[in-house]
Design a protein around this ligand. Structure first.
Ligand SMILES: [Zn+2]
Length: 339
């Protein structure tokens, strides 16, 4: 009896420690006690793991390993919904959107299905939708595995036939629900031709709402124009996304804020909001906290690609006054900019 209880505790500790070890929680490893707990188990693996916990350069391991975590997990509470920020790969973000009323959930770009499933099970929510922003592997690459591991009933949304497991193809202004939440699709071709941003709001339209922008809009920047033109990115950023309410929370596909803001500062050295955000983002990154979300209003204040009408930005882009030309020039410059 005693030994089975102990075995259960030891196994549970080992499982937790292994999960944290490979996913790299800074909080866990801040305490050397964790290694002592792990090594107090009986098996060679446990002892071995204990030794490893002491010897491995954890900081390096965490940030370079493909299973490592670049940021801490965080939950953002909005009116009527929660958004769990789930780091993946080197600098990607997945997001679990949960309707506060029904506990129905959808996941955005689940490239790491195991972490998604673990989070869903711990939160005891009902995951039944996948929102794919675009077909690139680091966003859509986990879709098929998630369907296999979680449920064949998963509804997989996206705007591109190249997206794995896609069974709900969407276009501009298509709508669907996550429990009581409304989702509207915004077609934003340019980074890829089938890129979709998802605007999520509460049923009564009250509250700030959230937009999941994949690789179209980043905090302080935008995605590369792999399959599109400056006109299309202008339409995406300055017409469609810019027309969302200013308090809409922006959840983008990568942790690129410091690099992007460095370029923003280069474009507009006098813009105070950029300097403030850089200081704030440096503090957040020092403790590996995510810098998402921002808001649409904030992006309008610091993101050069949403500020192509501003004279300071136009001056930087060679004195161009055509905003689409400015967009093209800025992107060209950013493609080779070294932060
Ligand atoms: Zn991409």
């Amino acid at each position: 009896m005693f030994s089975s209880v102990w075995k259960g505790i030891a196994t549970s500790l080992e499982t937790k420690a292994t999960a944290v070890y490979f996913r790299g929680s800074s909080k866990f490893f801040a305490r050397p006690l964790s290694a002592a707990v792990v090594s107090s188990g009986t098996g060679a693996v446990r002892r071995c793991l204990g030794v490893h916990v002491y010897l491995v350069n954890l900081q390096k391991f965490r940030t370079v390993g493909i299973r490592g975590m670049h940021s801490t997990l965080e939950e953002v509470k909005l009116d009527g919904m929660q958004v769990k920020i789930l780091p993946a790969l080197q600098d990607n973000y997945m997001y679990l959107i949960v309707d506060g009323k029904t506990q129905e959930a959808a996941v955005v770009d689940p490239v790491d299905p195991e972490l998604v499933i673990k989070t869903v099970q711990e939160a005891k929510v009902n995951l039944n939708k996948v929102l794919t922003t675009h077909h690139h592997w680091d966003h859509a690459g986990g879709n098929e595995k998630l369907v296999k591991l979680w449920s064949k009933e998963l509804q997989v949304y996206g705007g591109d036939d190249r997206i794995g497991a896609l069974n709900r193809k969407v276009r501009q202004d298509d709508t669907f629900t996550i429990g009581n939440l409304n989702v509207r699709c915004l077609s934003t071709p340019c980074h890829t031709t089938g890129h979709i941003c998802y605007h999520v709001t509460t049923a009564d339209g009250q509250g700030e709402g959230a937009v999941f922008t994949g690789d179209t809009l980043f905090q302080g920047g935008c995605g590369r124009f792999f399959e599109g033109t400056p006109e299309e990115m202008y339409e995406a950023l300055c017409t469609k996304l810019a027309s969302l309410p200013d308090n809409t929370k922006v959840f983008c596909g990568h942790e690129y804020t410091l690099q992007n803001m460095s370029f923003a500062r280069h474009v507009e050295p006098e813009n105070e909001s950029i300097h403030k955000r850089i200081e704030w983002a440096k503090m957040r990154r020092a403790s590996q906290d995510p810098t998402v979300p921002s808001t649409i209003g904030e992006e309008k204040s610091w993101n050069p690609f949403m500020r192509v009408h501003e004279s300071a930005v136009q001056k930087h882009a060679g004195g161009q006054t055509n905003p689409i030309q400015v967009m093209g020039n800025l992107r060209k410059e950013k493609d080779t900019f070294k932060a």
